[in-house]
Design a protein. Sequence first.
Lengths: 347, 347, 347
Amino acid sequence: MLFSELIAALREGNAGLQDHQVANDPNIQEGASLEIADWNQISFVEHGSNFAKELEKSKAGAVLLPINEDLRNQAIQKGIAWATLKDPRLAFAQTLGLLNPIFKPQKGIHPTAVIEEGVKIETGVFIGPHVSIGSGCHIKEGAIIHPGVVIYPNVVIGYQSELHANCVIHPNSKIGKKCVVHSNAVIGSEGFGFVPTKDGWYKMPQTGLVILEDNVEVGCSSTIDRPAVGETRIGEGTKIDNLVQIGHGVKTGKGCAMAAQVGIAGGARLGNGVILAGQVGVGNRVNVGDNVIASSKCGIHADIKSGEIISGFPAMPNRQWLRCSANFKKLPEISKSIKDLNRETFR
Amino acid sequence: MLFSELIAALREGNAGLQDHQVANDPNIQEGASLEIADWNQISFVEHGSNFAKELEKSKAGAVLLPINEDLRNQAIQKGIAWATLKDPRLAFAQTLGLLNPIFKPQKGIHPTAVIEEGVKIETGVFIGPHVSIGSGCHIKEGAIIHPGVVIYPNVVIGYQSELHANCVIHPNSKIGKKCVVHSNAVIGSEGFGFVPTKDGWYKMPQTGLVILEDNVEVGCSSTIDRPAVGETRIGEGTKIDNLVQIGHGVKTGKGCAMAAQVGIAGGARLGNGVILAGQVGVGNRVNVGDNVIASSKCGIHADIKSGEIISGFPAMPNRQWLRCSANFKKLPEISKSIKDLNRETFR
Amino acid sequence: MLFSELIAALREGNAGLQDHQVANDPNIQEGASLEIADWNQISFVEHGSNFAKELEKSKAGAVLLPINEDLRNQAIQKGIAWATLKDPRLAFAQTLGLLNPIFKPQKGIHPTAVIEEGVKIETGVFIGPHVSIGSGCHIKEGAIIHPGVVIYPNVVIGYQSELHANCVIHPNSKIGKKCVVHSNAVIGSEGFGFVPTKDGWYKMPQTGLVILEDNVEVGCSSTIDRPAVGETRIGEGTKIDNLVQIGHGVKTGKGCAMAAQVGIAGGARLGNGVILAGQVGVGNRVNVGDNVIASSKCGIHADIKSGEIISGFPAMPNRQWLRCSANFKKLPEISKSIKDLNRETFR
């Protein structure tokens, strides 16, 4: 696509195009990072990053820049195509989308798919090879079900939702519109509920269900359990990375993001816009307020107020944790100082 | 089911029914938590919980109570159906079981299942669509094998065991009676054993096997590896949550419970009744005694005596860890105090 | 196999056979650990291990020993077959390989496999039941594809590589020679990239690909994501255990090893020969130098120089961490000492 065509498209978008220069109007083939981009590739630079040097050395044919005089001048000097935007990362995402139209399998139901009686399938659906769909399911318009997916009975798959290969959806789950469930994820499996008795663990029947609201994504091999009673609910627009565990009865607000290997124990509640970095753990029945950000490996055992930025184990405000863990490294000296002081003081 | 019918059933059970009042004998449809239960739903209250207020506000038609005078009086005052029991949680589990008979697929072998030669299949078995079973396997009476399951050669699946969709069982594994292997779990895969050589990692052949004793459950996407020689063994009645890793040659006692994302390294031994909370790690060849409880994210690098309650990383007695981590938060003040003391003492 | 035959084989190998005694030339059936081995089994003993006592009690018919006079004499005294070697563990691995020839399924394509148009399949390939292969793929000579595997379009599977049951390979991935992808692993799925906007998370298209170089292994249920642009690359001979997450754009050197539940965030770089123990986390864009060893649960937030041995969270040199965490356990006393000193000093 010509850079001038891209500019026309970005003008329609919401990334805040401010200024641009078509230069030799290069024919852009794909996106690339600054350091390896070639003349037929496009890159982007973000606010506050140390990309000035990289831009200088880059062979990229076009760049998307933040609104920054220095970077703009550098691009002018190089004589390459450039645009300045309020949100160059968003513009780059939209550019990649234009350069790489999403592959969608052709509509239709593969003859090897096994669909039990009483399944309602709307128009424009793709159901791949070796898929199994249990009785009473409802597959809505435009859904894409890749090979090997297993759907237990009485599940609803929403409009234009996509289920990647070999994922499994358990009974009664409700998947909203435009959700993506990645490969090998498991939705709606039995919660881990057992009652201790003198004869061993007695299974608490898990009679509830899992609801994914619209625009939710669930990463590869992530697992979301259904509860004994009631529901596990993932709020609209929440994005979940790979290998994440969501326990029975958890409820999340809208627009949360959870990085890989996060674990959320049964009954916990997350507000809207919560961001959990990799390997974070949230304890049973803990309440995490709106817009909380927890850094990686954080262990959240007690309720957290809205807006907090937390770190460490047990979780504490990030600033405190930075000070505490800096002092942790000094513990041997601290210990020695105390010995010396004791000798001096109590001699 | 009428509340009076439920009482008759609980009287036969082992939850220790003490007293009850049928009131208007409501027709109970399902279980629900106190705060959302309606007139045709049943809830339960546990010892020591702050449920008195919730009970007051609840619209539940019936409640299962601990043996507690106040709660009992409150229920009487509300005029609802109630029962007092030694173990109301167990009674609730049994009630859910009565209200929600477990769905079992119809017996039979789906025509799309691929079963190699020399497989012995007993009566009353369900084998779903797109299942693959390797030669020499033995599927015992009443086993349920959901769609997409792959069983490698020479595996034994015990009486009434259930394998959920898309799980994989590797060669020579032995699954006991009434086990449940949840979706996408992998049993009996090769242990992670490599010998360092100057030409890189040389694979140690993993010629052992995995044994699940009776009544074991393995969660979704959990992995249990076989060892180079000998066996990996999960003791009777042990329950394993989702995304748990059990390394090659691990042995666990009976009745253990492991929450999600626990990792147990090769050759470790757990006694009976060990409970590991979420994201706990157990090191290579470590011995964990009977009835040890490890709290979440605990890192167990050295042997632990029976009966210990441990926390932290590296693991220490829980009480000590609580004190130490409380003081960790004071490290900046501690550091400052020492500076002041040094100034004062050594001036 | 007779012990004398084994010796002939080990003489050809690279485990450094030094001396041996055939004794009664036992017919070795299999490998076993010293404490349970019987007369027709073979065990091994390593340098520096406390195996002298175990060897004394062992009923093993044959042992592979390090070059150690005491152990050798003990074996002579027991009258069993023995060999001394520079690397007895490597010799044991080779012995297990000889005693247990690897099971390989018969070549051929199962009739239930669904192979789209334009797939190139070389000779000597096994493709099992219910496999799906998308258009444009290239399956090279000797590849083994177990039941239930799903391969998206335009993937290359290298010479003699093995894909275990129900794993999933996403578009454009390139799997090198003699790689092993274990059950339920996912290669080449979309990286977790979203741009925050006022209307929620906007998906960054993930147009890159994943490359596994030759001799790479990826454990069960591990996930390796493709990036927005460019590649995620796993270096030759790198071994990855179960439930490991490799984020988009990560690059590892050759011969790395990652234990179970390791997580590596997007854009991180590992040098050659890096070893990460269980549950280690590596942060976004962090650079880890050659031959770094990180102990379990380590959290790596900043670049690490080649050759370092690191521990803890945040990561620090292992020796420092041992001292600091020993002092962490003394924090309550330290705190009390400071109170006493303050009282004494500032009274």
